[in-house]
Structures are given as C-alpha cells and as structure tokens.
Design a protein around this ligand. Structure first.
Ligand code: HEC
Length: 746
C-alpha cells in the first residue's frame, strides 16, 4: 500500500449519452445472446477469448478525437533489466486490475487511474526478496472471481510458480487459500523430483469455471522439461481438483501413439502457456498446447507426440478428454500453439455452427466444429522431407488447412531479399545463400533452414480478436525469417573447471546465448564480458530465479553451476584465463566432476541449435522486402483473407519516402461494435485504431515506449475507455511502467 501516483486526469465531468451503449443488455449482440460483451472482466475480454467489446461510444466517426484520460505510472520499471508489461488488464465494477513491470498487482479507479491499492509479491516471498530478478516475471493478465452472492471477491494472479489469491477489496492475500495465500505450482507434479527441470512459471492467466481455476504454465524448452499437465484448482481453497496428462500415462487415450512406452516418465512440456477459452454453457474448456521438451531434436521423443501442439477440448468440470486436433506432428520447429483459441458462431455453407478458431505461429487459422473437433474447411496431410540428422525421425506429413487463407507469408526466395539499399541487398543475399532449406516443415539440419514466419510468429501470444456479428477474425503478424542451424553439441574437457563449465554451457545455455556467447543481438543478450556487469553471486542468483524470458535453472547441480559461471567469467576476463590453468582451479574442477553424476535426458541429445537468429541486416532492418508486420482480417465464414495492412512504421524510412513497412509486433488487437480495431504492438510505440471494415488507419497516438501488450476497453460513468500497458523492454525497446487510458473529450 505504498505511494500515491501522480496521475494526469484530463476528463472530469460526465455527460449522459442517451443514445449510446451504457454497458447493459441493450449492447448485447443479437446473434450471440448468451454472452455479454459490454465489459472486460476477463483476460482477452470474455471467456470465449475473442477480444470483442459491444461498446460503441468510440466509433469510426469520432475516434480521431480520442485523448488521454489518465496515465498510471507504477514507478518500478528497470531498463537495464529489460522489464516489460505484457498484461491485458481487467475491469470489474469500476476498478482496473493489472500488473506492473515487477509483477506487483494493482487496483485503480478505472475512470481516473487513481490507485486504490497495490500488492507487492516481494512482501510474501521472503526467500526471493534478496534477489530482484525473482520479481522480473512475465505475466499476461489476472483473474477475477467472486462467489454467487457477489461477496468474497478475489484476484487470482501468478508470479512465477506461485499463484496468489488476493482480496479484491484491499489487496491483501487470502490466507485460507493454498499455503497461507498461494498455490505452489511446483507441487503435485506426477514425476519423481530430480528427474526433470523444475522450472515452471504461470504466464497467461487461467480460466474460471464454476469454482475451479483451470491453469497451464510455461516450462523449460529443453528435453528435461517438467510435464505440462493441465490442472484445475479449487478457487476457494487452492486444492488440486483435476489434472490432464498432456503426455498420456499407460491406460490413457493417446498412450498408444508413443513408441517408447516410458516416454511419459522421461519427457515433458506439451504444456499450455498461451491461455484457454471456455464454452461455459457446454462446460468445455479449449486448451492449446506447445511442443514436447527438446524443441529442435525429436530423436529422444519419437512418434507423433500426442497431445503436444494440439488443440484439446476437455470437460471443464472433470478434465476428461473430449476431442483433440494436432496442428503439428512431432514438432521440430518450436511451433507451439501461441494464443488462446477463439469461440465464435460461423455461417458455414448456410448453417450456423458453434466453432473454435485457433491461430498459429505459421500464420494458419484452424477452424473446427466446437462440439466434435471436425474441421470446417478441408485440412490436407501434406508430405514433407525426411531429416538429414542421424537419429531424427521427422513425421512424414503435416496438416495444412486449405482455408482459411493464411495471414502471413510462409516462404520466401531470392526475389524477396531486401532492396532497401544496394549494400543491404548484397549483404542479405549472401546470408540468404548460406541457408539451404526454405520450405516450411523442412526438418532442422546442419545446413540450416529458414523459419518463416519466425520463432515468434506469425501469430503470437497477443492472440486474435473476433467480431461475433460478422465472424471476422483480426490478427497481427510479424513477417521476419529466422535461421535455424543445428550443430553437434559442444563438449568441453570435463577434467578442468573451464571445460566442465563449457560442457554445461553447451547443454543448458547455447540455444539462446549462442555458441560464441554473443546472443542474437535482440531478445537474447550477449554474455561476452558478462563479468563486467555481474559477479559470481549475481549470476548464480539469476540462474536460480530466471528473469523475464530467461528461465531459471534450478536443476543444475551447484557444482556444475559454479563451473558454468567460472567459464562465463573466464571467457570475459583475460586475467582469469591465466588463472584458469592453475593447479588450484584444476583441483576444484576434479572435485566438481562427479563420476556418479546422474544421467539426464539432455545427455541423449546429440545436437543443439546455434541460436535464435533473426534475418536482420547490419542496420537492424529485416532482410526481406516489407511488410514486416501486418494487421489482417480473415472472414471465418468464407475463409477468405479480406484485407492486410502494415502495422507500424520506421519514421526514418517514411522520411525517405518508403511507405509504411510494418514492424515486428508483440501484443494483440481488440475489436469493437463501434467499428474499430485497437492495437499497439508495433516497435514504433504507437497505439492505433483501424477501421474494422477496410483496415484504414483512423487514429494513432505516440506512446512513451511500445505497448507490447493487448489493450482492454470498458464503459463506466457514461464513458468508454481504451487502456494499454506500455512496458516496452522487448526487441531493444526501452522499458516503461505506464498504463495509458484514452477516452473522448467531454
Ligand atoms: C530459453 C532461452 C535462454 C536460455 C536457455 C538461457 N538464457 Fe540466459 N537469458 C535469456 C534471456 C531472454 C535473457 C534476458 C533476460 C532479461 O530480459 O533480462 C537472458 C539473460 C541472461 C543473463 C544476464 C545478461 C545481462 O546482460 O543482463 C545471464 C548472465 C544469462 N542469461 C546466463 C545464462 C546461462 C548461464 C544460461 C545457461 C545455464 C542461460 N542464460 C540460458 C534467455 C536464455
């Protein structure tokens, strides 16, 4: 309950808008009478996950008059540590709930931005308090729950592996929930401790069904990831109510698809990190999953890998299986399903069908009958090449939807290489030629392949918005190729401290920080000269807690961690390099090289990738012709792509007369009955409003830092507001700590 904020309040008096939506029944869309779209009390707007608002006070005619209603500054950004805010806030009874860069939970007056209370998880998590990294976590939203009488109102929200229940009235933990106020998500995992990587963090909020909160989680991307079971907890007590094994156990449906009968004991992930959607009436929860652990090598997880990369329909009350559809078989490209599904009723060949749409990183939209999982448009199983890596068995086919039309380019050739300047063209043409494979679903190879759209999509966690009246889906997309190259795993000489550290680096760190410790120039920082920034203790702390998108590495033995840190520090300091050969160091190395070290599944993975390498020229622009980021409208009735426009721009290119190119984007859109698609997401730190019918840009506003989050909109006291979190911090952007709300002038 600390400081008051210095909010700027522009709007004061309230006018009655007789003819406009007051947030009541009159605003409901007639074709979907059972859902009220006037509020924003849930992540993604409503439990059907469509980011739609029936408010129309702000509309095509007046949107150009939008102005800042208030700004909330939490005061806890940290640019050096690349803090972010990815939160889609919620509004309940005039109070806005969301999170700050250090994942404090706040309650604001949604009309004025004035803080009511703030909860700081550091006050509860005493063990982590001395390590600030412990409170740099990704969180995309929070959950509101109240009992049937509207009493006992709670905010359920997660900080890493803890899910708290916080009293919505005063911001204090509900002590009767879980262990003195929180659930420890690392408990109740069906696996022997020590046999998997315990890293676990809830990033996208769960979904409420009756008195259950159904939850997924983010896990390690490695072969030793924890199992990604879907779990439901009692929202009153925090007790576990059901669990669905995404890698089936013996006797469970789908178990027969695993050639290795012990797979469920060894493998993990196939987790839901992207959110869910709920058909409240039918009691069905729709759960998209990611790939099995060990993103780029599947020799240790042969088979189709059910229920990884699948859209699962489960009984929300019991967790029982209803149907599934797998969108990538035996994934070798990290094609996790990246966003919550969208529940919508479509007019399919003259018949109204309750459907579920799922966007993907590749730029596909999969569309199914929600009740039985039948695809509404044909999906072809197409053949793809075999792997050239010994040990790998790529799945021979992959599902390709014939319709809806993809919302992103999915392959590129020499004719698509940038012509921004002659130099850039030459540079990128050379780079392009070094990568052998460019067709989608070519298995990873030492000769390199393009991942296009990149590892972060295409579609990403910002998700899609759908207008239930027209069944048009709005989705933003990044269009940037990333190169994937496999190499034999580096093995150091384990008899020296440095060598052991190098082995561990090759095992745990190389995928993100690269074989030369240089990172990828954007999201994964360089560790060269890391000793100038951190000492041993600080790096050890960071490995213990993780930070933002950097996972924690609790599973690495203390001695291995020390060797790893010694390797990193040595690589950055010449004086240490000399000391590295001294007898005392060698002695400590032999002490750390424990011959009885437990076998890990990571030891069975012979290859590693050389990092997440974006195809950027030396000036930092994508190496292909624009567009580099787009906003798209897809008609789910006909499957047709209706329009595509660039999202974002580079002002310096505009000055040179180059039309808007779009930029990489993170965060999603919302669509309103007022005819607008609101989205920030672009790198140029703009908040935009587009005409939902044509894609015409009607209004934009320069934010202090990019809004890599999804906006929310709500109506209180006669006014509609649109709010966006401005957290920056990704892809080289400065960090920010503001929420900015817009409204029409009085
Ligand atoms: C899944 C990708 C991933 C893996 C694997 C990974 N890191 Fe990181 N690492 C990151 C990201 C992302 C950041 C930046 C975090 C942030 O936003 O502050 C980071 C940051 C760091 C930093 C701080 C850099 C700085 O300039 O502040 C250190 C040190 C580090 N990592 C060490 C390691 C070590 C050692 C390993 C292996 C045990 C490792 N990382 C494995 C993604 C990864």
């Amino acid at each position: 309950m600390n400081k008051t904020n210095s909010n700027l309040i522009v709007c004061a008096s309230v006018i009655a808008f007789a003819s406009l939506c007051s947030g009541l029944i009159s605003c409901r869309n007639s074709s979907t009478p059972s859902v009220d779209y006037s509020g924003w009390s849930t992540y993604a707007g409503s439990k059907d996950g469509i980011r739609y608002s029936s408010n129309e006070q702000i509309n095509i005619e007046n949107v150009s008059k939008l102005q800042v209603a208030w700004t909330y500054c939490s005061g806890d950004k940290d640019t050096a540590n690349r803090t972010q805010i990815q939160c889609n806030p919620i509004m309940v009874d005039g109070i806005l709930y969301g999170t700050t860069p250090r994942v404090k939970l706040f309650a604001l007056n949604a009309g004025t931005g004035k803080q009511k209370w703030i909860f700081d998880p550091a006050t509860e998590d005493t063990s982590a308090r001395k390590n600030p990294s412990a409170f740099f976590k990704v969180t995309r939203g929070v959950v509101f729950w109240q009992d049937e009488k509207g009493a006992n109102r709670r905010i359920i929200y997660s900080v890493g592996s803890r899910t708290y229940a916080i009293n919505a009235e005063d911001g204090t933990p509900v002590r009767s929930f879980g262990q003195n106020g929180y659930i420890d998500l690392t408990k109740n995992i069906d696996r022997e401790p020590g046999t998997y990587n315990p890293y676990l963090s809830n990033t996208t909020p769960g979904i409420i069904y009756k008195n259950l909160i159904i939850m997924g989680m983010r896990l390690s991307e490695d072969a030793d990831a924890a199992p990604g079971d879907i779990r439901a907890f009692d929202v009153l007590t925090g007790e576990l109510r059901w669990k669905f094994h995404t890698i089936p156990h013996p006797g469970e449906k789908g178990y027969e698809t695993w050639p290795d009968k012990e797979a469920w004991k060894k493998l993990g992930a196939a987790n839901n990190w992207a959110g869910m959607a709920l058909d409240e009436k039918r009691g069905i929860v729709y759960v998209p999953t990611g790939s099995v652990g060990g993103d780029f090598y599947g020799g240790i997880r042969k088979g189709q890998n059910l229920y990884a990369n699948s859209l699962l329909a489960l009984d929300a009350l019991t967790g029982e299986y209803i149907w599934h559809y797998q969108t990538v078989h035996h994934d070798l490209w990290d094609r996790d399903l990246p966003a919550n599904p969208n529940l919508v009723t479509v007019n399919h060949k003259g018949k109204m069908i309750d459907a579920v749409a799922q966007i993907t990183k590749q730029g596909f939209v999969f569309l199914f009958d929600r009740t039985n999982g039948e695809p509404l448009f044909p999906i072809e199983e197409k053949s793809f090449p075999a792997s050239d890596l010994p040990g790998e068995e790529a799945w021979p086919t992959q599902p390709i939807p014939v319709l809806p039309e993809p919302f992103a380019r999915q392959s590129f050739g020499p004719e698509d290489i940038t012509d921004r300047t002659q130099d850039a063209h030459q540079e990128m043409m050379e780079k392009f030629k070094k990568v052998k494979y460019r067709e989608m679903f070519t298995p990873p190879s030492k000769e390199s392949s393009w991942i296009f759209p990149g590892f972060d999509g295409g579609g990403e966690w910002g998700g899609a918005a759908v207008d239930p009246a027209s069944s048009i889906l709005y989705i933003n997309s990044s269009e940037l190729p990333w190169a994937l190259t496999m190499v034999d795993k580096i093995k150091g000489d384990n008899t020296t401290l440095k060598g052991l550290g190098q082995t561990n680096y090759g095992k745990y760190c190389i995928a993100c920080h690269g074989p030369e410790l240089k990172g990828n120039g954007s999201s994964f920082p360089s560790l060269v000269e890391i000793g100038k920034k951190y000492n041993e203790e600080q790096i050890m702390n960071l490995l213990g807690s993780g930070r933002n998108m950097m996972p924690a590495f609790k599973q690495i033995a203390e001695s291995d961690k020390k060797a790893l840190v010694a390797f990193l520090l040595k690589s950055s300091s010449k004086s240490f390099a000399l000391k590295g050969n001294s007898a005392s160091t060698r002695e400590s190395a032999s002490m750390t090289t424990n011959p009885e070290q437990k076998h890990s599944i990571l030891d069975d993975v012979p290859y590693t990738m050389t990092g997440y390498n974006r195809f950027l020229d030396k000036d930092g622009y994508p190496g292909i012709k624009p567009p580099w980021g787009t906003l798209n409208a897809v008609d789910l009735n006909s499957g047709k792509l209706l329009w595509k426009v660039p999202l974002g721009e580079y002002p310096e290119l505009i000055q040179k007369g180059i039309p808007a190119t779009g930029t990489e984007c993170y965060g999603g859109p919302l669509v309103t009955k007022g005819g607008l698609v609101f989205i920030a997401a672009s790198k140029d730190a703009k908040m935009h409003a587009f005409d939902k019918n044509t894609g015409k840009l009607l209004w934009q506003f320069h934010l202090p830092v990019p809004g890599y989050a999804t906006p929310a909109t709500y109506f209180i006291d006669g006014k509609q507001y649109v709010v966006i979190a401005c957290g920056g911090g990704k892809i080289g952007s400065k960090s920010g700590d503001q929420y900015i709300a817009f409204t029409l002038p009085d």
